[in-house]
Design a protein around this ligand. Sequence first.
Ligand code: KG4
Ligand code: ZN
Length: 384
Amino acid sequence: MSHDRYILSIESSCDETACALVTRDGRVLVNAIASQIDLHARYGGVVPEEASRRHIEACLPMVQETLARTKNGWADIEAIAVTRGPGLIGCLLVGVETAKALAWGYGKPLIGVHHLQGHLHAPFLCPDPRADGTIPTHLLIENGSERPALPPCAAALKPPADVVIAQPDFPHVGLIVSGGHTSLVAVESPGRCKTLASTRDDAAGEAYDKVARLLGIGFPGGPIIDKRATLGRVERFRFTPPMKRRDERDFSFSGLKSQVSRKVEELRSAGELDEATINDLCAGFQATVIESLLEKSIEAARDYDVRDLLIVGGVAANRGLRAAAARMAPNLRIWFPNFSLCTDNAAMIGGLAWHVAPLSPREAIELDAKANLPIEFQNVKDVS
Ligand code: KG4
Ligand code: ZN
């Protein structure tokens, strides 16, 4: 039990109901996540209406369980934060309306947080300790070597000697790569971002999910393809990388998905789509996605003249992507959040919320969820 004060945060923008407690300096006490994978797996994708209903059931009990981890309940809560967008509107509304009611009922300030700006904050957090007391670490790749890292707020927790105590500098470049988004942004300070490039069609995670669906290997596609790619031969199927020219900064993944789809049809009608072939297709597809993501991100970090590149969002959990980043060894520091903070979570929302101006009581009552909220949206504090 701790005597710290926390922001209690709620995230419900897609298919994870999440609630967290985070201190001002970025230590995560609770990072509770109720996944809906079982619900959506049979459809091979998220069904928005079903997702919203599940959020309604999960949200309040999860807040209660999270709060039970504090010493003094609501008295330890400085403010309530919630994801205000972007995301699925029905899903966002559940979190936003729950947070509004709690803030009003318990007399707490309300803070609306941008989901993607939250993803970019993950490497600045010290993840919640495991049951055995050890702290999960982030991954820092520097000069081709991989090192576990934690931000300065973790120093007091005395992590093992091999853990680097460091965090990215500002400004830096962030690659946000998830199921709904793939973009490169310049980050001036927490919550102040400018888009440098984005996908012209599908997000990378969406391409993973669609390719997994057409191969019939399950949902969500990312972790499944990541695993099968390690068993496959990468040289068997060569796909053309999308938007390869140096002056083409944007991403595109729907053409790649179509290439895979054509190949799958061809193999299926020839009766050759066996398990080993599926693994080879996964390896070829994943290698092409990774090449596109890393080349464009490294180029953007060089053009923007920063030494730190952050790779965040669900696809940042990809082990092939992490290994390829270490092999490329550019003259940059590349940061990947701990796996628990890659896919959607509320800790990233609560951590960033400490840098965001609370809404006035009137604004809090009127807060609305926004399905499309540009990453340039700013409500950060001038001094944070
Ligand atoms: O950030 P996230 O939880 O939700 C969105 O905001 O979209 O990302 C979910 C996406 C899914 O498309 C999932 O397939 C992908 O992240 N993903 C992965 C991996 N783990 C999750 N993609 C590639 N490799 C992984 N290991
Ligand atoms: Zn996300």
